[in-house]
Structure formats: C-alpha cells, structure tokens
Design a protein around this ligand. Structure first.
Ligand SMILES: [Zn+2]
Length: 198
C-alpha cells in the first residue's frame, strides 16, 4: 500500500520518535480530517489525510501543522499533516450546494429548528416554513429540519399563526455555512483553532 508516495524520501529530523510521535501500522491516520487553507491562510476545505499527503508530495500544498501521527510505509516516512496550505492562491467561487434533504439536515445540524432537539436523520423531516398550501416554495430559505411532533403541530399554519419560528433564519448552504461546520469540527483539533477563529 501507499504506492502513491512512490520513492519520495522526505528528510527525517532526528529525535522524531523521542518526541512522542506514534508510528502507524494501519491506515487509520490516513483517514484523519485535515484542514486545507488557501495560500492566504483562509480555511477553504477539509480533506482526508491521505489526500493532503498527496497534495504535499506533489508540491501543491505545504504542511502547516502535524497531527502527531507518523506515516511509515515501505519506502517512505513522513509526518501526517493536520493542516495544509495551498502554495498558490485559488479563487473559490461562491457556489451554493445542491438543495437536498441531506444538505438541509447538515446545515441545520440535525436539529429540529422549532424545539432545538438534535435527532438522527431518520427521525427528522423537512418543514416548509411557509406551507406549500399557502404558497411556500421548496427552497433553502423556506425549508428547515423539523422533528415529526413539531411538524404535526405546525401543520398548515404560518409561523406566526402557530407561534413557531425557526430558531435560525434558513439560508442557502454557502461557503459561510461550510466554514461554520469547519469551526465545529475544529473543536476536536486544537491545531485548527488558530486558523478557524480569526
Ligand atoms: Zn421539534
């Protein structure tokens, strides 16, 4: 395995093992999430460590932070990155993600927008804030994650009629939302914080 790294031999600083770096004999470390920064240090994506290593070895990105794991394959030894940065600035289009049940639940963090209960996807439905029967459209701005009891309670009423307003104003899933999710993920990795909380 790890043929993608070819015969590349990065320098191994002395004292690496003494510094408490784990050697990995399985592929677990290669699936760890890695934060991808633009050349400007702006966070733009999250990818798997395996992909990040390829970007670094190809000279497209450089490692900014390491995750403490150590990739040790047949002919290669390198530290697994936790944060990488692209060497050339890339313009990131402000594209919206496809409108789908999955993406709405992701945006709303699997939380009913009326009663704030976090539930598995299977126990959530999508609620039209303005009901379809009242002219509401199936758009990012009019669909929210909703538990079944709240959905039944709201029925065909407008939010002010039911006294039920979404806890957050629904918006399209754009880069801002992606950053928000990256911030949440960043809680699990202290090394991401300084890049995410700027
Ligand atoms: Zn609810």
């Amino acid at each position: 395995m790890h043929n993608f790294v070819g015969s590349y031999r990065p320098p191994m600083p002395p004292g690496m093992v003494a510094a408490g770096i784990h050697q990995e004999h399985d592929g677990h470390a290669l699936h760890q999430p890695v934060l991808v920064l633009n050349a400007s240090y702006e966070p733009i994506n999250v990818c798997a460590a395996r992909r990040a290593i390829v970007l670094v070895l190809k000279g497209i990105a450089m490692t900014e932070e390491e995750n403490g794991h150590f990739l040790h394959a047949a002919r290669v030894a390198m530290r697994v990155p936790s944060v990488i940065r692209l060497l050339e600035y890339r313009r990131i289009p402000h594209q919206s993600r496809a409108l789908s049940r999955k993406n709405i639940l992701l945006r709303d963090r699997n939380t009913c927008q009326y009663c704030s209960t976090a539930l598995p996807s299977s126990e959530l439905t999508l609620d039209h804030v303005i009901p379809r029967s009242r002219g509401g459209l199936s758009t990012w701005e009019n669909l929210v994650a909703c538990c079944h009891p709240c959905n039944r309670r709201k029925g065909n009423q407008l939010p002010h009629e039911a006294g039920m307003k979404p806890m957050r104003e629904p918006r399209s899933f754009n880069l801002h939302t992606s950053r928000h999710i990256m911030r949440l993920m960043g809680h699990s990795d202290d090394k991401w914080r300084k890049y995410l909380f700027y």
